[in-house]
Design a protein around this ligand. Structure first.
Ligand SMILES: O=C(O)c1ccccc1NCC(=O)[C@H](O)[C@H](O)COP(=O)(O)O
Length: 262
Protein backbone atom coordinates (compact mmCIF):
# COMPACT_ATOMS: atom_id res chain seq x y z
CA UNK A 1 0.00 0.00 0.00
CA UNK A 2 1.22 3.54 -0.85
CA UNK A 3 2.21 5.44 2.32
CA UNK A 4 -0.33 8.22 1.56
CA UNK A 5 -3.14 5.66 1.21
CA UNK A 6 -2.10 4.13 4.52
CA UNK A 7 -1.98 7.52 6.30
CA UNK A 8 -5.30 8.68 4.77
CA UNK A 9 -7.08 5.45 5.77
CA UNK A 10 -5.72 5.77 9.32
CA UNK A 11 -6.85 9.43 9.50
CA UNK A 12 -10.38 8.55 8.41
CA UNK A 13 -10.68 5.88 11.14
CA UNK A 14 -9.30 8.28 13.73
CA UNK A 15 -11.70 11.04 12.68
CA UNK A 16 -14.73 8.80 13.24
CA UNK A 17 -13.75 8.67 16.93
CA UNK A 18 -12.61 12.28 17.17
CA UNK A 19 -15.91 13.64 15.91
CA UNK A 20 -17.69 11.82 18.75
CA UNK A 21 -15.33 13.32 21.34
CA UNK A 22 -15.09 16.91 20.09
CA UNK A 23 -18.03 18.41 18.19
CA UNK A 24 -17.80 21.18 15.56
CA UNK A 25 -19.60 23.38 18.07
CA UNK A 26 -16.79 22.71 20.59
CA UNK A 27 -14.19 23.67 17.96
CA UNK A 28 -16.07 26.86 17.05
CA UNK A 29 -16.08 27.87 20.71
CA UNK A 30 -12.26 27.79 20.95
CA UNK A 31 -10.62 31.24 21.25
CA UNK A 32 -8.51 30.94 18.06
CA UNK A 33 -11.57 30.20 15.96
CA UNK A 34 -12.41 33.91 15.83
CA UNK A 35 -8.91 35.24 15.25
CA UNK A 36 -7.98 37.07 12.06
CA UNK A 37 -5.49 34.96 10.09
CA UNK A 38 -2.09 36.07 8.80
CA UNK A 39 -1.72 35.86 5.01
CA UNK A 40 1.21 33.63 4.05
CA UNK A 41 0.94 34.82 0.43
CA UNK A 42 1.65 38.42 1.47
CA UNK A 43 4.62 37.46 3.65
CA UNK A 44 6.10 35.43 0.80
CA UNK A 45 5.58 38.21 -1.75
CA UNK A 46 7.20 40.76 0.59
CA UNK A 47 10.26 38.62 1.31
CA UNK A 48 13.35 38.17 -0.85
CA UNK A 49 13.62 34.47 -0.07
CA UNK A 50 10.31 33.29 1.43
CA UNK A 51 11.57 30.62 3.77
CA UNK A 52 8.87 28.47 5.41
CA UNK A 53 10.56 26.60 8.24
CA UNK A 54 9.08 23.36 9.48
CA UNK A 55 8.83 21.67 12.86
CA UNK A 56 8.99 17.91 12.39
CA UNK A 57 10.18 15.31 14.89
CA UNK A 58 10.18 12.33 12.59
CA UNK A 59 8.83 11.19 9.24
CA UNK A 60 8.23 7.95 7.37
CA UNK A 61 11.59 8.48 5.62
CA UNK A 62 13.49 9.57 8.78
CA UNK A 63 12.21 7.94 12.02
CA UNK A 64 14.50 10.03 14.28
CA UNK A 65 14.87 13.63 13.19
CA UNK A 66 14.64 15.59 16.42
CA UNK A 67 12.88 14.70 19.66
CA UNK A 68 14.98 17.06 21.78
CA UNK A 69 13.89 20.57 20.86
CA UNK A 70 10.89 22.35 22.34
CA UNK A 71 8.30 23.33 19.73
CA UNK A 72 7.53 26.65 21.49
CA UNK A 73 11.23 27.64 21.41
CA UNK A 74 11.54 26.55 17.79
CA UNK A 75 8.60 28.80 16.78
CA UNK A 76 10.07 31.76 18.66
CA UNK A 77 13.53 31.33 17.17
CA UNK A 78 12.21 30.77 13.64
CA UNK A 79 10.44 34.13 13.95
CA UNK A 80 13.65 35.83 15.18
CA UNK A 81 15.49 34.22 12.24
CA UNK A 82 13.23 36.10 9.82
CA UNK A 83 11.35 33.24 8.19
CA UNK A 84 8.13 34.08 6.29
CA UNK A 85 6.04 31.31 7.78
CA UNK A 86 6.21 28.13 9.83
CA UNK A 87 4.96 24.66 8.97
CA UNK A 88 3.83 22.59 11.95
CA UNK A 89 3.47 18.84 11.49
CA UNK A 90 0.41 17.89 13.56
CA UNK A 91 0.18 14.26 12.42
CA UNK A 92 0.94 12.02 15.39
CA UNK A 93 1.44 8.41 14.34
CA UNK A 94 3.86 8.92 11.43
CA UNK A 95 5.39 12.33 12.23
CA UNK A 96 5.24 12.60 16.04
CA UNK A 97 3.33 15.90 15.94
CA UNK A 98 0.09 17.07 17.57
CA UNK A 99 -2.54 19.79 17.54
CA UNK A 100 -1.07 20.95 20.87
CA UNK A 101 2.15 21.72 18.94
CA UNK A 102 0.12 24.02 16.71
CA UNK A 103 -1.49 25.71 19.71
CA UNK A 104 1.93 26.27 21.31
CA UNK A 105 3.35 27.74 18.09
CA UNK A 106 0.33 30.06 17.88
CA UNK A 107 1.07 31.41 21.34
CA UNK A 108 4.82 31.68 20.63
CA UNK A 109 4.86 33.76 17.46
CA UNK A 110 3.05 35.91 14.92
CA UNK A 111 4.16 33.92 11.91
CA UNK A 112 1.62 32.54 9.44
CA UNK A 113 1.27 28.89 10.55
CA UNK A 114 0.72 26.07 8.10
CA UNK A 115 -1.01 23.07 9.62
CA UNK A 116 0.94 20.25 7.96
CA UNK A 117 -1.28 17.21 8.04
CA UNK A 118 -3.31 14.92 5.81
CA UNK A 119 -6.69 16.56 5.23
CA UNK A 120 -9.43 14.10 4.33
CA UNK A 121 -12.51 15.67 5.93
CA UNK A 122 -14.07 19.14 6.38
CA UNK A 123 -13.90 18.60 10.14
CA UNK A 124 -10.10 19.01 10.00
CA UNK A 125 -10.39 22.41 8.28
CA UNK A 126 -12.54 23.72 11.14
CA UNK A 127 -10.17 22.08 13.63
CA UNK A 128 -7.18 23.82 11.97
CA UNK A 129 -8.77 27.25 12.48
CA UNK A 130 -9.65 26.41 16.10
CA UNK A 131 -6.04 25.45 16.87
CA UNK A 132 -4.51 28.59 15.37
CA UNK A 133 -3.59 27.70 11.77
CA UNK A 134 -3.51 30.33 9.01
CA UNK A 135 -2.95 27.92 6.15
CA UNK A 136 -3.94 24.34 5.36
CA UNK A 137 -2.30 21.81 3.08
CA UNK A 138 -4.34 19.92 0.51
CA UNK A 139 -2.36 17.02 -0.95
CA UNK A 140 -3.67 16.13 -4.41
CA UNK A 141 -2.54 12.52 -4.01
CA UNK A 142 -4.85 12.10 -0.95
CA UNK A 143 -7.99 13.75 -2.39
CA UNK A 144 -10.22 14.11 -5.44
CA UNK A 145 -10.68 17.45 -7.28
CA UNK A 146 -14.16 18.02 -5.75
CA UNK A 147 -12.72 17.64 -2.24
CA UNK A 148 -9.92 20.12 -3.01
CA UNK A 149 -12.54 22.61 -4.19
CA UNK A 150 -14.78 21.98 -1.17
CA UNK A 151 -11.97 22.14 1.45
CA UNK A 152 -10.25 25.20 -0.03
CA UNK A 153 -13.60 27.06 -0.27
CA UNK A 154 -14.32 26.28 3.38
CA UNK A 155 -10.80 27.42 4.36
CA UNK A 156 -11.41 30.70 2.52
CA UNK A 157 -14.77 31.19 4.26
CA UNK A 158 -12.93 30.79 7.58
CA UNK A 159 -10.26 33.32 6.54
CA UNK A 160 -7.48 30.76 5.99
CA UNK A 161 -5.41 30.12 2.86
CA UNK A 162 -4.85 26.79 1.10
CA UNK A 163 -1.79 25.20 -0.45
CA UNK A 164 -2.43 22.64 -3.17
CA UNK A 165 0.46 20.15 -3.03
CA UNK A 166 1.29 18.39 -6.29
CA UNK A 167 3.92 15.92 -7.39
CA UNK A 168 3.39 15.99 -11.15
CA UNK A 169 1.73 17.78 -14.07
CA UNK A 170 -1.39 15.57 -14.09
CA UNK A 171 -2.17 16.48 -10.48
CA UNK A 172 -1.61 20.18 -11.18
CA UNK A 173 -3.91 20.12 -14.20
CA UNK A 174 -6.66 18.08 -12.55
CA UNK A 175 -6.74 19.67 -9.09
CA UNK A 176 -5.97 23.37 -9.43
CA UNK A 177 -9.03 25.57 -8.79
CA UNK A 178 -9.87 29.25 -8.08
CA UNK A 179 -9.94 28.90 -4.30
CA UNK A 180 -6.31 27.72 -4.12
CA UNK A 181 -3.94 30.44 -2.89
CA UNK A 182 -0.59 28.69 -3.22
CA UNK A 183 0.69 25.80 -5.34
CA UNK A 184 3.33 23.69 -3.58
CA UNK A 185 5.48 21.36 -5.65
CA UNK A 186 6.77 18.48 -3.53
CA UNK A 187 10.18 17.25 -4.65
CA UNK A 188 9.87 14.03 -2.60
CA UNK A 189 8.68 10.91 -4.36
CA UNK A 190 6.39 9.42 -1.74
CA UNK A 191 6.90 5.87 -2.97
CA UNK A 192 10.70 5.85 -2.84
CA UNK A 193 11.20 8.94 -0.59
CA UNK A 194 13.86 10.13 -3.04
CA UNK A 195 14.05 13.88 -3.55
CA UNK A 196 14.65 15.51 -6.92
CA UNK A 197 14.55 19.29 -7.35
CA UNK A 198 14.07 18.70 -11.06
CA UNK A 199 10.35 18.17 -10.25
CA UNK A 200 10.04 21.83 -9.16
CA UNK A 201 12.07 22.97 -12.15
CA UNK A 202 9.91 21.07 -14.63
CA UNK A 203 6.53 22.14 -13.20
CA UNK A 204 7.07 25.87 -12.79
CA UNK A 205 6.05 26.79 -16.34
CA UNK A 206 2.69 25.04 -15.91
CA UNK A 207 1.62 26.85 -12.71
CA UNK A 208 -0.75 29.78 -13.38
CA UNK A 209 1.24 33.02 -13.32
CA UNK A 210 -0.83 34.89 -10.72
CA UNK A 211 -0.59 32.10 -8.12
CA UNK A 212 2.03 32.05 -5.37
CA UNK A 213 4.42 29.14 -5.91
CA UNK A 214 6.46 27.22 -3.38
CA UNK A 215 8.93 24.36 -3.64
CA UNK A 216 8.89 21.72 -0.88
CA UNK A 217 11.23 18.99 0.41
CA UNK A 218 14.87 18.13 -0.05
CA UNK A 219 16.05 21.76 -0.01
CA UNK A 220 19.43 22.01 1.74
CA UNK A 221 21.68 24.53 0.06
CA UNK A 222 21.21 28.31 -0.27
CA UNK A 223 22.05 27.80 -3.96
CA UNK A 224 18.90 25.61 -4.32
CA UNK A 225 16.81 28.57 -3.16
CA UNK A 226 18.61 31.03 -5.42
CA UNK A 227 18.17 28.77 -8.46
CA UNK A 228 14.48 28.09 -7.81
CA UNK A 229 13.80 31.73 -6.96
CA UNK A 230 15.29 32.77 -10.27
CA UNK A 231 12.87 30.58 -12.23
CA UNK A 232 9.81 31.94 -10.36
CA UNK A 233 9.32 30.27 -6.98
CA UNK A 234 8.16 32.65 -4.21
CA UNK A 235 8.65 30.35 -1.23
CA UNK A 236 10.63 27.35 0.01
CA UNK A 237 9.61 24.81 2.62
CA UNK A 238 12.52 23.36 4.60
CA UNK A 239 12.17 20.79 7.37
CA UNK A 240 15.03 18.33 7.76
CA UNK A 241 17.79 20.80 7.05
CA UNK A 242 16.87 22.83 10.15
CA UNK A 243 15.40 20.07 12.33
CA UNK A 244 18.49 17.84 12.17
CA UNK A 245 20.42 20.48 14.14
CA UNK A 246 20.32 21.10 17.91
CA UNK A 247 19.02 24.63 17.30
CA UNK A 248 16.68 24.79 14.27
CA UNK A 249 16.06 28.54 14.75
CA UNK A 250 19.76 29.32 14.65
CA UNK A 251 20.20 27.08 11.60
CA UNK A 252 17.40 29.02 9.85
CA UNK A 253 19.00 32.33 10.84
CA UNK A 254 22.39 31.32 9.39
CA UNK A 255 20.71 30.02 6.23
CA UNK A 256 18.87 33.32 5.69
CA UNK A 257 22.04 35.32 6.38
CA UNK A 258 23.89 33.30 3.74
CA UNK A 259 21.07 33.95 1.26
CA UNK A 260 21.25 37.70 1.95
CA UNK A 261 25.00 37.71 1.20
CA UNK A 262 24.40 36.30 -2.30
O1 LIG B 1 9.11 13.58 4.93
C1 LIG B 1 8.61 12.46 4.64
O2 LIG B 1 9.25 11.40 4.75
C2 LIG B 1 7.21 12.36 4.16
C3 LIG B 1 6.68 11.11 3.86
C4 LIG B 1 5.36 11.00 3.45
C5 LIG B 1 4.55 12.11 3.33
C6 LIG B 1 5.07 13.37 3.63
C7 LIG B 1 6.38 13.49 4.04
N1 LIG B 1 6.91 14.71 4.38
C8 LIG B 1 6.12 15.89 4.54
C9 LIG B 1 6.71 17.02 3.84
O3 LIG B 1 6.09 17.49 2.93
C10 LIG B 1 8.05 17.54 4.29
O4 LIG B 1 8.11 17.44 5.68
C11 LIG B 1 8.32 19.00 3.91
O5 LIG B 1 8.13 19.23 2.57
C12 LIG B 1 9.77 19.35 4.29
O6 LIG B 1 10.66 18.49 3.63
P1 LIG B 1 12.18 18.33 4.07
O7 LIG B 1 12.82 19.69 4.01
O8 LIG B 1 12.80 17.40 3.10
O9 LIG B 1 12.16 17.84 5.47
Amino acid sequence: MHILDEISAFKKRLLDHKKQAVSIKDLEAMPNFKRHCFALTERLKNSDFGIIAEHKRRSPSKPHLNFKTDVFDVAKTYEVAGVSGMSVLTEQKYFGGSLEDLLLCRSACNLPLLRKDFMVDEYQIIESKAYGADVILLIAACLNPAEVQQFSSLAKQLGMQSILEVHNLEELQQFFCESIDIVGVNNRNLKTFEVDLQISKALIEHIPENVVKISESGLKHPQDILDLSQIGYDGFLLGEHFMTTDNPGLAAQKFIQTLKQN
